[in-house]
Design a protein around this ligand. Structure first.
Ligand SMILES: *Cc1c(COP(=O)(O)O)cnc(C)c1O
Length: 458
């Protein structure tokens, strides 16, 4: 590579106007949203970093593939194309399409769990945890200790603590129906898991006779981190590494809204025949016939093409570099973030940035709301609001109070990201003025989506 600049590996064929608002308009919009950015109208957001889920730009090849969609109810040609691509990457025997990742989770867990079971992972994502808890089971996080310290630099902060997993399986193994690992580890900062660690998890799971499943939403980003960080992996293609990752496990849940490069979709894939039969029966009840699973034929085409594009090296190099680019600017401005940066997002350590706001006054909400008011940038709290409510109804500080700036795939240019960095630095500069928030109403599960907030008095 003779040049240092890593450019977007695409040209733009179609554009969508961004809408600018005044500060007064944003104040009114946030108040009307109950001070929860999840309730804003998208049109009132200038740069939307709430999530990288389903918000990516599809390629012209994907848009072209939509026209190839076969809407046959049963046995659609698009399903067989989708199934072939998924099997090529994962190697699993059975592929079950679902309308998104959480549907795959619900179908898997409702099929195999019974009350009182424990499911270990590095860190469970919010929908994964909720789908486990709703079955009366426990989602247990076993990420390595380094993964819990935001400022500590480690190449694979998403790794599972193998000693802790061994102890869990030895002491409570009878209650563990399967072992999961999330790649990359979204709730732990989008951090990767090494092949070596995945092998370790596989060995332990199989030693105790437990199936091992990947939450594979960002398998391609994880594969690229392995290529660039794990000894001996640099000469392999991301696809070869991804294939090895999947080969170590017995199945996966997947949201195609992430590394499927699609706007909707997901799948559940596995080798076990009996679990598949149970899952397909439930699929028919709630999602649809096994060859479409709640998706249109054209969605299956877009996902199939997306799964091929996502492992291309120029794409992944650009993807990981453009996230690191934002991280570099924030680190330079002394904003505390999870380091090294994750693949799909930057996680600002709101607890460290706003030490005058206690966790139960939600420093993450304070920062996310200030970012919106300042610049029309929407981010997502991943902290005490998302994880602080225990199943028994009591509240405790989350492990961390983070604000995630998730980068949609192939959507924003470098100048958009320069603007975001400027906005974060502007808010950080007047951090002392930021105040805490309290919840005025919230549902019992996944409260962060719809909770309403009011400023803490004083
Ligand atoms: C997004 C996500 C899910 C859930 O997928 P949806 O498509 O949003 O339902 C599960 N696990 C992880 C790690 C995710 O990032």
């Amino acid at each position: 590579m003779p040049f240092r600049t890593i450019i977007e590996p695409f040209r733009i064929k179609s554009v969508e106007a961004a809408r600018f608002t005044t500060r007064e308009e944003r104040e009114a919009a946030l108040a009307a949203a109950g001070n929860n950015v999840f309730s804003l109208h998208g049109d009132d957001v200038l740069i939307d970093l709430l999530t990288d889920s389903g918000t990516g730009a599809m390629s012209s090849a994907q848009w072209g593939a939509l026209m190839q969609g076969d809407e046959t109810y049963a046995g659609s040609r698009s399903f067989y194309r989708f199934e072939k691509v998924v099997k090529d990457i994962t190697g699993y025997k059975h592929v079950i399409p679902t309308h998104q990742g959480r549907a795959a989770e619900r179908i898997l867990f409702h099929t195999i769990l019974s009350k009182g079971m424990v499911i270990p992972s590095n860190n469970h994502f919010d929908t994964t945890r909720a789908n486990i808890e709703v079955e009366g089971c426990e989602a247990r996080d076993l990420v390595i200790p380094e993964g819990r310290i935001p400022s500590l630099i480690h190449p694979f902060k998403g790794n599972v603590d193998l000693g802790a997993l061994d102890r869990l399986l030895a002491e409570e193994g009878a209650r563990v129906p399967l072992v999961m690992v999330t790649v990359t580890n979204n709730s732990g900062g989008g951090q990767p898991v090494s092949l070596e660690n995945l092998r370790g998890v596989r060995d332990l799971a199989h030693k105790y006779g437990k199936p091992f499943f990947l939450d594979a939403c960002r398998f391609a980003e994880n594969a690229y981190f392995i290529k660039t960080r794990e000894p001996g992996q640099s000469e392999r293609t991301p696809k070869e590494i991804a294939q090895e990752m999947f080969s170590l496990a017995d199945g996966c849940t997947m949201s195609a809204k992430k590394d499927g490069l699609a706007n909707i979709g997901g799948f559940l894939a596995m080798n076990d025949d009996a679990w598949t039969e149970g899952a397909r029966n439930l699929l028919i009840l709630t999602e649809g016939f096994p060859t479409y699973g709640g998706l249109a034929g054209y969605d299956l085409e877009a996902i199939a093409r997306g799964l091929e594009e996502v492992t291309e090296e120029p794409y992944l190099r650009y993807r990981i570099r453009s996230t690191a680019y934002l991280a570099d600017k924030l680190i330079e401005g002394d904003v505390p973030i999870i380091r090294p940066p994750g693949g799909h997002a930057i996680y600002i350590d709101a607890r460290a940035l706003l030490p005058h706001i206690p966790p139960l006054e939600y420093p993450g909400i304070a920062l996310a709301n200030a970012l919106y008011l300042e610049a029309g940038v929407r981010a997502c709290e991943i902290g005490t609001v998302m994880f602080g409510l225990r199943p028994d109804g009591t509240e405790a500080p989350g492990a961390m109070d983070l604000v995630r700036l998730a980068i949609p795939r192939r959507v924003y240019t470098q100048s958009h990201i320069d603007y975001v960095a400027e906005a974060v630095l502007a808010v950080a500069a007047r951090r002392a003025e930021l105040r805490g928030w309290r919840i005025t109403s919230a549902p019992k599960v996944l409260r962060h989506f719809t909770a309403q907030f009011a400023p803490v008095a004083g």
